[in-house]
Design a protein around this ligand. Sequence first.
Ligand code: ZN
Length: 494
Amino acid sequence: MKATTNRREFIRASAATTLAAALAPEVLRAAEPRSEKMIGMQIGAVSFVDEGVEPVLDLLQSKGAVNTIFLTTFTYGRGLAGRQIPGQPFPDHGKQESDEKTFHGGNYATPHSQFYAKTALNQTRAPEFGDLDIVTAVLPAARKRKMKLFCSIEDVFRGDVPGVKDVLEVDLQGRKGGGLCLYHPDVRAFWIGLASDLCTSYEIDGILFFNERNGPLLNALGASHAQSIASSRVTCFCEHHQRAAKAAGVDFERAREGYTKLDQFVQSALANKRPVDGYFVEFWRLLVDYPEIIAWDRLFDAAKHQVLAEMNAAVKGIRKELQVGFHIEHVNSFNPIFRATRSYADLATKADFLKVVVYNNCGGERYTTFIRNVGSTVFRDIPKDELLRFNNHLLNYENEPGLQELATAGLSPDYVARETKRALDGVQGKCRILPGIDIGIPTGRNSRKASAEDSYAATRAALQAGGQGVIFSRKYSEMRLANIEASGKAVGEP
Ligand SMILES: [Zn+2]
C-alpha cells in the first residue's frame, strides 16, 4: 500500500474518532441506521437451490456489498423467477441448463390457508421444488449475516391457476382479458392475504410489490416499451369496474364508446390513413370529446394504488416496523403521459420505499421501442429521430444517443442520476428511493449488454445522486459475477 493512501486513511480514521468523541452515544445510535444504505439483490428460489443458500449469501455479501435480499416469493413470471430466460447466454454461475420445461411459478413459501379464506385464489403453491419453503430456507442464514430479507411479490399469473378464470378482466368487446381485475373482491383479498401471510408467518422485514400492468389508454396506444399495440383488447369493462365507475361518476357507455373510437383511430393510423387534421390533433380531439377515456384509465391506476395502500395498512397492522415498497416500472422513464399519472408525492403516502427502475443498458432498446410505438400512432406525423429529441426535452434527458444508436449504446449513467434525483425531489423525504440498477438484463442480439464498467457506473450514479440504496435487478440468475463485483465496488466508494 502506498504511503499516501495510509496517510489518507489515517486522517479519515482520526477525524472519525474526534467526531465520535464529540457526539453523545445516543446521537450516534440514532444516526447509525440512516447512514447505512440499503444494498439489495433481487433473487429467486432457483438460485438458492442450484448454488446453495450459504455460498450465495456469502458471495452477495462479500462481492456485491449486498445487505438486503429481495427474495422472489410470489410470481408466475420469468422476469423475477427461474434461471436465465431461454435463448440468452447463461451467466458464469448456477446450472447451465434451461428450466424452460420445469419452470411453473407461484408461491415459493408455504401458503397458510386461513389467509386465503376470502379468495378463490387459494391454490398457488409453486410445485417445482417439492416441499421447499424458500423463506424458511433463506431467512435464518440471512439473519446470521445481519442481512435484511424482503419478500418480492409480483402481479403475474398464468391462466391455469385454479380460480383465475373467474377473476379475469373483461375487454372492450366483452372477451376475457389476460390479467386479473384489481376491482374483483377475490383479487384484492388475495393480495392482502398473501402480504399478511408472509408478514405473519415469517420474521421478514417487509414486502416489495411489483405490478407492471398499465391502464387501457396506454395499452390502446401501445405507448410502452414492452407491448404490441392491441387497441381492441383494452381492459377492464367488467361488472366490478362498472360499479367502481358509477361510484366515481364515470359513464360506462360513454367510456366504451370513447375506447371504440380510439381503437378505430389506432387501426387507421397503423393503416397509414391520415386524419384530415393530422394524427395528434385527431387524438387530442378524441380526448376532448370523450374525457371518459382518461377517467376510465384513472380507474385502473386507482385500483392498483389502492391495492398497494391496503397492503401497506394490513402489513403495518401486523408489525408496525414492517416496510412496504413499490416497484415503479420502466415506462415511467420513457412516457411523459404515464409519468403524469405517477406522482411521487402521492406514492410516498402509500409506501415506505420506492424501487424506481433506472435500467440504463436495456433502457436504450426499450426507449427505442417506445418511440417506434408512439411514433406509429399519436405522433405519426413526426420523424422518429425528432420525436426522440423532443421527448428527451420533456423528460429532462440530455446528451443521450440518437435513435439509430440508442439500442446499441444504451442510456447513460447520467440518466440514472437524473431519474434518481427526480424521485428524491418528488418524495421530499417522505419515503426512501432505491433505484433499480440494470445488472445484465437480457437484451436483443444487437443491443447493449451491460459490462462490469456499466454496472459500476450505474450503481455509482444512483448513490451519488442521493439514492438511499440500490436494488440490483432483475435477478441474480441472469447476472455475471464481474458485474456484481463491480457494483459492490461502487457501493464501497466514498
Ligand atoms: Zn374489472
